[in-house]
Design a protein around this ligand. Structure first.
Ligand code: NOJ
Ligand code: CA
Length: 701
């Protein structure tokens, strides 16, 4: 490991009139900081072009004078840092963290207070954060809002989802900044979204943008700890975004005590879209791993009792007979089973057999525990105890059976957003997992948060999500939380956070259908902060085969589903369809069996937001490569294999859309061919609309 920290310069109040310039190690990204008429102000340039125009920084406080103006620049210091670190799991086995840093000490004489603003300037962008040293006049304080501005260089293109404090499960819209208001207002009228929106020009991060001269800008945050999640509110006359934090039940946006710091605000920039996907800015801005021993954290490929409910409309619940029951007064042994509850011992054994036969690590079982009759939409405090199995789920027998076959069950904790109830039971729930040998849990936060009035992305909830992860670590349990706050790179610090949903996943193929561009946007946006449990692998598009009343269609070709295992990086990947469907397509299923979930090296070969993405990855500790390509509307690719070892020959197995494939009319049409390739090979491939291709590559000499 290379480590170098040099203090370069230190200057004091005299600098006030002059901007402090910090350039990236390659000189392409330049952040200027200044205090202009008492207001902290910054700009960012990329290759000599203005990316962030003069933008103000500061916070509005609720119980004290604000931290917006009246500042003097008391001191600045600069340093450089260059280190290569190894993540526990990831897209690359080595990650270089190389930046130039500038820390500005700001004094507010009228209130005798001090705030620091720290900038880190990387080749792929900029991070800045506020730091509040311990001091008499800024001790306990309440944030009314953070006012960090991001002034855009004009009416540029954005891929955005509406500002919502509780869900990100939306399709992205591509539009000019000036169109956001009209589109949002139209939707609010159409679908009564106004309740969730904080502003007609509010959007969530990570926000992907592109200038007309081809510069890609991405706004997000890193290391969201003990603070509310940041949204962005657009002044659409001047094209200035301002941070907009998630409020608590009383409308307050954060309770802080110095010494403390804000999360990093991140601005990625490049003239090549592939760099945005390859960026490690967010991970680099997070703290190193806090656990001494990480040997128990392992990537997971899994199947599960899940799509039967989500896609085929079977129930999580054991009985139909209990519309609204009090869990503590219910005796399940006396109720009549509905007879179609998929989380039953015999059915789960089929999944275990399937997982063992095909080399999967784990089997998720949802609907195993009592409470599902009453779980959603009722804002009930006490729904689940996370410990009591339904009468038809033999937890002891099933765990023994799974372990005897080298497979583990994956735990499921749907909290139905009753967070107090979850914390009340958390220790017992994790103890139960220890007893039976579970080492991973998928948790979920469907519905309105209890305590009532709190939001999914507020400070209180963010503290809860992290508490669930750090408590799980004490039991050597890995966590995959659905509906939780969007990731901000905390998986570097707490790598047992192996997945999150926090976006519109495959489940919407069943609820409404996903657009064919959706997974061509997600790696630019949602995946910036950490991996997504997208749950790909659906091979049967026609869901009316399982429920004749069903109108939705899975909008992808089979090859697109294969490619997602490569384009949607995650150390946690599900093969989400049911065994009976996979048994009809075992030749294509082979790719899902073979594909790795942890990597030595990742290369993005081509990318354009909402249009296409092609990635190549080398499986960790092997010489095998996997390539995946997806496109929204059909795309022609020419793959150059120059990333392969020059001295070796390889066999490639190519899974491609058949010439007449189409996500709607002919989604199951594919070809599988084998070809000898080397580093000089060029391969032309055409993806169908909503299609994709997947290639597995093994050395033969
Ligand atoms: C929503 C999750 O995204 C989904 O995966 C899960 O099956 C349901 N909640 C039930 O917990
Ligand atoms: Ca969800």
């Amino acid at each position: 490991m290379k480590k170098q920290t040099i203090v370069l310069a230190c200057a004091c109040a005299l600098l006030q009139a002059q901007a402090i310039t910090t350039a990236s190690p390659d000189g392409n990204v330049v952040a200027d900081f200044n205090v202009v008429d008492g207001v902290p102000t910054y700009t960012v340039d990329y290759k000599g072009k203005h990316i962030i125009l003069p933008s103000r920084m500061g916070l509005d406080l609720d119980n004290a004078p604000d931290l917006l103006d009246g500042f003097e620049l008391a001191n600045t210091s600069s340093s450089s840092f260059d280190e290569t670190w190894q993540p526990v799991w990831g897209e690359n086995s080595d990650i270089r963290n190389n930046y130039n840093e500038m820390v500005a000490t700001l004094r507010q004489p009228a209130n005798d207070r001090t705030v620091l603003i720290r900038f880190r300037v990387y080749n792929d962008g900029v991070g800045f954060r506020y730091e509040f040293p311990q001091q008499r006049n800024l001790n306990y304080f309440v944030v009314a809002d953070e006012r960090s501005e991001f002034a855009m260089p004009g009416d540029i293109t954005a891929w955005w989802i509406i500002g919502d404090y509780d869900t990100q499960e939306y399709e992205y819209t591509e539009s000019r900044l000036s169109e956001i208001r009209g589109i949002n207002e139209g939707r609010a009228v159409e679908s009564n979204l106004s309740q969730q929106q904080f502003s007609p020009t509010g959007v969530q991060t990570s926000l992907q943008l592109k200038t007309d001269d081809g510069i890609y800008i991405n706004l997000h945050e890193a290391a969201l700890v003990d603070y509310s999640c940041m949204h962005l509110n657009l002044d659409d006359k001047n094209f200035v975004f301002t941070s907009w934090l998630t409020p608590d039940a009383q409308g307050k946006k954060g309770y802080l005590q110095s010494p403390c710091k804000s999360p990093w605000r991140t601005i990625m920039v490049s003239d090549d879209a592939r760099d945005i996907l390859a960026s490690n800015l967010i991970l680099n801005l997070n703290d190193p791993c806090k656990y001494d021993d990480t040997s128990w954290i392992k990537p997971v490929k899994y199947v599960g009792v899940w799509w039967e409910m989500i896609g085929h409309d079977k129930p999580w619940a054991y009985t139909w007979d209990l519309p609204s029951v009090k869990l503590d007064s219910l005796d399940y042994s006396k109720v009549k089973p509905n007879g179609v509850h998929p989380a039953n011992t015999a059915n789960v054994k089929k999944y275990i057999d399937f997982a063992a036969l095909h080399g999967f690590d784990q089997v998720l079982v949802e609907g195993w525990n009592i409470g599902w009759e009453d779980w959603s939409g009722n804002k009930k405090d006490y729904v689940f105890d996370f410990q009591t199995p339904y009468p038809d789920f033999d937890i002891d027998e099933l765990n023994k059976y799974a372990h005897s076959k080298g497979v583990r069950l994956m735990m499921h904790h749907e909290t139905s957003s009753s967070v107090r109830n979850y914390e009340r039971h958390m220790k017992d729930a994790y103890d139960l997992m220890d007893r039976y040998g579970y080492n991973s849990v998928k948790s979920g936060y469907v519905g309105d948060i209890l305590p009532r009035g709190e939001h999914h992305y507020g400070q209180w909830m963010n503290n809860h999500y992290l508490y669930a992860v750090t408590e799980a670590a004490k039991h050597h349990i890995m966590v995959n939380a659905h509906e939780a706050v969007r990731p901000t790179g905390l998986c570097r610090t707490y790598p047992n956070l192996i997945g999150n949903e926090s976006a519109r996943g495959t489940e919407y193929e069943s609820f409404a259908g996903n657009s064919t561009s959706h997974t061509c946007v997600l790696p630019f946006t949602r995946l910036q902060g950490g991996p997504m449990d997208y749950t790909p692998g659906i091979f049967e598009n026609d869901l009316s085969k399982f429920n004749p009343n069903k109108k939705t269609h899975v909008n992808t070709t089979i090859c697109r589903q294969l490619a997602l295992y490569v384009t949607m990086y995650s150390p946690l990947q599900m093969a989400a369809d049911v065994p009976d469907v996979y048994n009809r397509f075992l030749d294509a299923f082979q790719f899902i069996k073979d594909v790795a979930v942890d990597w030595d090296r990742s290369i993005y070969l081509e990318a354009e937001p909402a249009q296409y993405i092609t990635a190549a990855r080398k499986a960790k500790g092997t010489d095998n490569w996997f390539v995946g390509g997806i496109s929204a509307n059909g795309h022609k690719s020419e793959i150059k294999f120059d990333f392969l070892d020059k001295d070796r020959k390889y066999e490639a197995t190519i899974y491609a859309d058949a010439p007449d494939a189409h996500y709607l009319t002919n989604p199951q049409a594919y070809t599988i061919t084998k070809k000898k390739i080397d580093a000089k090979t060029r391969l032309k491939l055409t993806t169908a609309p909503g299609g994709g291709f997947a290639i597995s590559i093994k050395p033969i000499n």
